[in-house]
Design a protein around this ligand. Structure first.
Ligand code: NAP
Ligand code: GLV
Ligand code: GLV
Length: 318
């Protein structure tokens, strides 16, 4: 009998075909209850980052051998519960690094140069001619970019900073080797010093118990006057209430967010602010990257269900 695979939401036709040529593929879940029902007879689960795969889901999956997350971040999965049952968890590292670093820069530029606000002004027919002080933003050259979490994406963001002639400082759990720091032109700083001295702070940690609320109220208030905060990591890494306060009183220049605490719900106070750019979690959303991620997730399932080691297990990262 063919092994059974559950894909929680549609991906790409060619990836559906790849999986259904080998397995009995079921696509789509209505809600959590439906997932709890459908997981029971499945050998593999291919899920999205918006699907909470907690202990209850994992324990229902009596035949489950692999959970392949269609994302690099895997905070939606209880990896401990999976490990206890010998279930492999995989993610999609590396191939989304450039797309996400590019989007981080799109946010940096959009906030620093007030691109969205200026677009809105233009399409509202308000452009009456060139003005000396129309939409003045922040220069990037010579400014300090503070990268929190110097992993794959953090490094790709650092590489791009050279093109903008910025000074790069970083904080991460472990320090880079001296030759890595030299090749990225990046200098290590303790977190609080990075926060209080950077003109732009950009977050690239994964979400864990340690990084939840890493950029807490105290740290948000330590940020320089006129600084910019960018978050393409995960919403719960920052204290959104404190960020809103500092954006509202204008003591921060702006913020660019791709991720939110409790998304897809978004704190409505953000909608009232002009100095934010808000995106709907599209860091890895290029045609090329999303297709490659889908193939990698499927290939992880194919490997594990045919008795081979997974290509990109998350434990490797520990
Ligand atoms: P990664 O290579 O694992 O990088 C994460 C970095 O965080 C590592 O350098 C790690 O340092 C550091 N870190 C871990 N715990 C820390 C702590 N307590 N304090 C400080 N630094 C800590 O992962 P990645 O591929 O760059 O992806 C990073 C995250 O970006 C993902 O987990 C995901 O949440 C997010 N993401 C978002 C989008 C989007 O669409 N917006 C797209 C892709 C990824 P050590 O190695 O020293 O532990
Ligand atoms: C996106 O947020 C990812 O973790 O891949
Ligand atoms: C602006 O368009 C300039 O020429 O300086």
């Amino acid at each position: 009998m063919k092994k059974r695979v559950l894909l929680t939401h549609p991906l790409f036709e060619e990836v559906h075909q790849k999986l259904s040529s080998l397995f009995d593929l079921e696509i789509g879940i209505k809600d959590r209850l439906d997932l709890l029902e459908k997981i029971q007879d499945k050998d593999a689960l291919l899920c999205f980052l918006k699907d909470p795969v907690d202990r209850e889901v994992i324990e229902r999956g009596k035949k489950l051998k692999i959970i392949a997350n269609y994302a690099v971040g895997y905070d939606n999965i209880d990896v401990e519960a999976a490990a206890e049952r010998g279930i492999i968890v995989t993610n999609t590292p590396d191939l989304l690094t450039d797309a996400t670093a590019d989007l981080t820069w799109a946010l940096i530029l959009a906030v620093a140069r007030r691109v969205v606000e200026a677009h809105q002004f233009t399409v509202e027919g308000k452009f009456r001619g060139w003005e000396a002080r129309l939409f003045l933003g922040k220069e990037l050259r010579g400014k300090r970019l503070g990268i929190v979490g110097m992993g794959r994406i953090g490094r790709a963001v650092a590489k791009r900073a050279r093109g903008f002639s910025m000074e790069v400082v970083y904080y991460s759990r472990g320090r880079l080797k001296p030759h890595e720091e030299a090749s990225l032109c990046a200098r290590y700083l303790p977190l609080d010093e990075l926060i209080s001295t950077s003109d732009i702070v950009t977050l690239h940690v994964l979400l864990t118990k340690e990084t939840e609320n890493l950029i807490n109220r105290e740290r948000i208030y330590k940020m320089k006057k006129g600084a910019i905060l960018i978050n393409t990591a995960r919403g719960p890494v920052i204290d959104e209430e404190a960020l809103i306060e500092r954006l509202r009183d204008g003591s921060l220049f702006g913020a660019g967010l791709d991720v939110y605490r409790g998304e897809p719900e978004i704190n409505l106070e953000f909608f009232k602010l002009k100095n934010v750019v808000l995106l709907p979690h599209i860091g890895s959303a290029t045609e090329e990257t999303r297709l490659a991620m889908a193939h990698l997730a499927a290939d992880n399932i194919i490997a594990v269900l045919s008795g081979k080691p997974p290509l990109t297990p998350v434990w490797r990262e520990k």
